[in-house]
Design a protein around this ligand. Structure first.
Ligand code: NDP
Length: 241
């Protein structure tokens, strides 16, 4: 998969899976426009060769639209940014629910709207990957808002796949299991919970960011030209009944 001469927008590029995607894309010749929040990550990305970084809080709809417009034009889009907050269902707050939906569901919509409008205006083709989660398929205790936000993202993926494909823009979803990133530290540091999750993964390990990044890049590439609208688990078999 050669991305020479291609520009790719990556949200949530500062840490974890997004950071690994940036590394892999740079290795394969792409120019990256990174959209992320923490100032330290923005500074670190700015010194990477071939990488432009824009600081934005994706929970802010207007700022998100401004940031993506500043990032355009681009050949491909990866909506990778995501956030979580652990709360039992009965204690899930409206504030946390709204924040997770804003970042995990609404921001990918806004970013994809501007990206797709720009391609359609210029008569160019493209591809989008939305990074979802196995949490959109399975009810995970303490993850009500997160599961709901990722389920919403999957709904968007399917509609985008239908509406944008006639314009030459494919959209697919990637669904990681627990992946060893700062988010996993937040969500899975309880050894008992982690062991229960691990037991359900037949390959016997959690994912590394590179496991997810490879699949994301495949779905963007021309090798996946007939793949549109899928939800691809990258879960070591967790989803097998
Ligand atoms: P990390 O928490 O390690 O990294 C998330 C990245 O997204 C960070 O750079 C973070 O920036 C950025 N981000 C989060 N909120 C915002 C915001 N409001 N505005 C701008 N940027 C933001 O997460 P992962 O790499 O683990 O997760 C990447 C994706 O994969 C997410 O969509 C996640 O839901 C999904 N996923 C992860 C799994 C896992 O176990 N790790 C499992 C399944 C799915 P900052 O730190 O500055 O806020």
């Amino acid at each position: 998969m050669d991305f020479k001469g291609k520009t790719v927008i990556v949200t949530g590029a500062g840490k974890g899976i997004g950071r690994e995607i940036v590394r892999m894309l740079a290795e394969r010749g792409a120019q990256v426009v990174a959209l992320t929040r923490s100032a330290a990550d923005v500074e670190a990305l700015r010194v990477e060769p071939g990488c432009r970084a824009i600081q934005v809080d994706l929970a802010d709809a207007d700022a998100t639209r401004e940031a993506v417009i500043a990032a355009l034009p681009a050949d491909f889009l990866i909506n990778c940014a995501g956030t979580t907050e652990l709360q039992p269902f009965l204690e899930t707050t409206v504030e946390a629910f709204d924040r997770l939906v804003a970042v995990n569901t609404r921001a990918p919509m806004i970013v994809a709207q501007e990206y797709a409008r720009s391609l359609i205006k210029d008569g160019r083709k493209g591809a989008i990957v939305n990074v979802s989660s196995v949490a959109s398929f399975v009810g995970i205790p303490d993850h009500a808002a997160y599961c709901a936000s990722k389920g919403g993202l999957d709904g968007l993926t399917r509609v985008m796949a239908k509406e944008l494909a006639p314009h030459g823009i494919r959209t697919n979803g990637v669904h990681p299991t627990v992946t060893l990133t700062p988010m996993a530290v937040k969500a899975w540091s309880d050894p008992e919970k982690a062991a229960g999750m691990m037991k359900r993964i037949p390959v016997g390990r959690f994912a590394e960011p590179a496991d997810i990044a490879e699949v994301v890049l495949f779905l963007l590439s021309d090798e996946a030209a007939m793949v549109n609208g899928i939800s691809m688990p990258v879960d070591g078999g967790y989803m097998i009944a």
